[in-house]
Design a protein. Sequence first.
Length: 135
Amino acid sequence: LLAMSACQMVQPTVDEAQQVVEDAESALCVSDAAYEATLAALEGVSEDTTVEEWETLNDAADAAWAAMLEAAADLSQAELEAVQSAVNEFQEARNNIAPEATLGEAAEQVQSAAVTVRAAVAQARSAADCGEPAE
């Protein structure tokens, strides 16, 4: 029963899956910036820093690192789902070629879907580009 339910789940469209990837990239960039800020704060520690301040900075750094790891995992999952959505649409395009379609029409339909798969795979290969961290 569980296997049947999983098969009946609706996959997002390629556009919807791409939006999830973009949102995950944005979350990773925010997490990266937060972690960079905690590192900068730790670099500012001096002999005047209290033990409480030191512990607070360390806790913030640990929390920011954990958030960054979670955001990276979410991005990886979103990219995988985007590829799966593209593959699903490609398979659907192949399987829904009208019997009366010419080979040219069939090729056009499949080629368009294949381009979408290739783009999704290329996106999954590239890392999120957050730009340079703020100084």
